[in-house]
Design a protein. Structure first.
Length: 623
């Protein structure tokens, strides 16, 4: 789709003077309007053919079919003033002009945008006209609803640092300010049909002005690295996890619905390739649920559509994300945490959660039958191989992140009320849980530590799957048994990867906070939530594009964990908070709980827990 830009002509130096006004609407790149049906269908159809799924193509979700987009710009006393052509940044454009018929002291222009999967242009136009009529009949109430929404949004939660001594040059004050700015950025896409993308949401930059080395300076304004229409699970998760503590529950369903809508595609491809049940969502996913086509066809360093390593197995993505399915468990657990925090109905997402765990049980029994002649190992456990621990451990056997995710999700499913999960399903989940291998543990200097996997062929990148049992899966942490094992893992076995803070998705601050390591958590918070150097200080430019949302999301989660942790019913306050950071906060905890407080110079000024019945569950670490 092209990017639409509105340019106002005329100076505002003398606003009281009556003057004619012109407005130019520029269509950048591909242009607005209904796209040719063959062109729209091409990405999905091309991917289906590339991946050998023609026999089930009709069952795969098609979010692009009949996708129609555009809008209307109008203003009383305005008339068409012709067209023109030009070049914006590195992109050619066509412009449509309006001008006022006469000078005036004040002019009003109205822009209405509408996107839908319409059966016909007339259907789409009719819906746009209804939108215009409804807005025209309730201008005041629409604006009031808008103001009321933002007022309610900002009243839900906050986290202010050193608020009584604001200093834009103070790195600590910047941390608190940029936390708020990033939350604003997330709210701007509150009710979009699609999830907020980690590589900029709709705050994306023109490629000409992005500082990177990917050779994209001549792309259109719609371009962004790692795709505009595909999703990368490892990065997406960091955009959505912080919404729980902020109480922004209404912002989360678009991400959950993405998996729900694409579920059939992920299940059908599993059946075609391997002949068993469950959903196999790969790490990088097209909007319709299949593996991202460019990476599916990656040969060596050549990411080229249609090319494919002849030795690659059908059904799996290649090179950097081969056999990586673990993050479907991450989102399954997020939905279960959404229930624990908000109490909202998740019944429509339970088929996705069930399918996410079913895949691992059935797929790795299938794999082991082929390689070893039986479904399980000699101890009656799954052999999760070939797999991958995040993107770090290649050809992993029993990867830590997958095992932690299976244990956490299955345990939570078993604990759900019978109205959500039947007893027969719970018995099946108990059977699967009994087949999950133990977390991999190795020894260094005579002491055990959490390993990334039981074994692997090589180490690729600096992600830290060793501690996914700490975050997001809550198997270790403050208030939970066995804390010394992950603490030793962080302080001894992972010393080198503690330094990878410049990676956009770096989660070291989250892990350190959950382990009660305030000094390490502080260092990461100051790095992740510092001013970016851009005019808008929360717009961060990284290899994941600009502005990078997963960079800021990781920083936001880490700061929340420094302040409050909720492994069970208990609420631990200030578990990794620096004593010299004054804080005024309002955050959400599980079971419909809100915690508000203020600490200055390490001393409690006030603390309010709603409902008050939850106050006995609060543990004050520094008192």
């Amino acid at each position: 789709m092209g990017q639409r830009k509105t340019r106002w002509a005329g100076s505002n130096a003398r606003p009281a003077a009556a003057r004619p006004v012109s407005v130019v609407v520029e269509d950048l790149g591909a242009g607005a309007g209904r796209r040719d049906q063959a062109e729209v269908a091409a990405p999905r159809e091309r991917t289906i053919e590339q991946q050998g799924l023609q026999e089930i193509g009709q069952g795969i979700w098609n979010p692009l079919f009949n996708r129609t987009f555009g809008g209307m710009l109008q203003g009383e006393g305005f008339e068409a003033a012709g067209t023109s052509c030009g070049r914006y940044a590195s992109t050619d454009f066509t412009a449509w002009k309006l001008r006022s018929r006469s000078p005036g002291k004040q002019h009003r222009l109205e822009l209405y945008l509408h996107t839908d999967q319409s059966e016909s242009i007339s259907d789409w136009k009719g819906a746009l006209e209804r939108l215009v009529r409804e807005a025209d009949g309730s201008r005041f109430s629409s604006w009031k609803r808008h103001q009321d929404w933002w007022r309610e949004f900002w009243s839900r939660s906050h986290l202010f640092i050193n608020a009584d001594r604001p200093d834009p040059k103070d790195p600590v004050w910047q941390v608190g300010r940029n936390y708020q700015l990033f939350r604003y950025m997330l709210a701007c896409n509150a009710y979009g049909e699609w999830p907020t993308k980690f590589n900029g949401s709709f705050f994306t930059y023109d490629p000409l002005y992005v500082a990177n080395d990917r050779g994209v300076k001549t792309e259109t304004p719609d371009f962004r690295t790692w795709g505009g229409g595909s999703f990368t699970a490892q990065n997406q998760r960091l955009v959505y996890w912080p919404m729980l503590r902020n109480g922004d529950f209404d912002l989360m369903p678009p991400q959950f619905d993405f998996y729900r809508n694409a579920l059939l595609a992920a299940e059908l491809r599993t059946e075609v390739y391997w002949g068993h049940g469950g959903a196999s969502f790969t790490e990088q996913i097209e909007s319709f649920g299949l593996p991202a086509g460019s990476l599916y066809g990656w040969v060596g360093s050549n990411c080229r559509w249609g090319a494919r390593d002849p030795d690659a197995e059908m059904g799996v993505q290649s090179i950097g994300v081969v056999y990586q399915y673990g993050h479907q468990l991450d989102f399954a657990f997020m939905i279960l945490e959404y229930l624990r925090y908000s109490g909202r109905d998740i019944s429509r997402y339970l088929p996705f959660i069930d399918s996410a765990v079913t895949f691992f049980d059935e797929h790795y029994q299938y794999r082991n039958r082929k390689s070893a002649g039986g479904p399980l190992d000699e101890k009656g456990r799954l052999v999760i191989f070939p797999s991958r621990a995040c993107e770090s451990y290649v050809d992993a056997r029993n990867p830590a992140d997958v095992i932690a995710g299976l244990k956490a999700v299955l345990g939570r499913l078993i604990d759900l009320p019978d109205r959500l999960v039947s007893q027969s399903s719970k018995e099946r989940y108990k059977g699967i849980l009994g087949r999950i291998p133990s977390l991999p543990v190795k020894t260094k200097d005579g002491r055990p530590y959490l390993a990334g996997a039981e074994s692997w062929s090589r180490f690729a990148v600096g992600e830290i799957p060793e501690l996914y049992s700490v975050f997001p899966y809550n198997l270790f942490g403050i208030g939970l048994p066995g804390l010394e094992l992950p603490v030793h893992t962080w302080t001894s076995a992972l010393q080198q990867r503690q330094k990878n803070m410049s990676e956009p998705w770096y989660q070291g601050g989250i892990f350190a906070a959950r382990l009660g390591l305030a000094k390490d958590a502080r260092v990461v918070a100051l790095f992740k939530l510092a001013d970016s150097g851009q005019r808008f200080p929360a717009f961060r430019q990284t290899d994941d594009w600009a502005p990078d949302h997963n960079w800021m999301g990781a920083g936001m989660i880490g700061l929340q964990e420094m302040l409050m942790q909720t492994p069970g019913r208990e609420i631990y306050l200030l578990p990794a908070w620096p004593e010299d950071w004054d804080v005024d906060f309002k955050l959400h905890a599980p079971y419909g709980t809100i915690v508000e407080g203020e600490y200055r110079k390490g001393k409690r000024i006030r603390l309010t827990v709603t409902p008050s019945s939850r106050r006995p569950d609060v543990r004050l670490i520094n008192e």
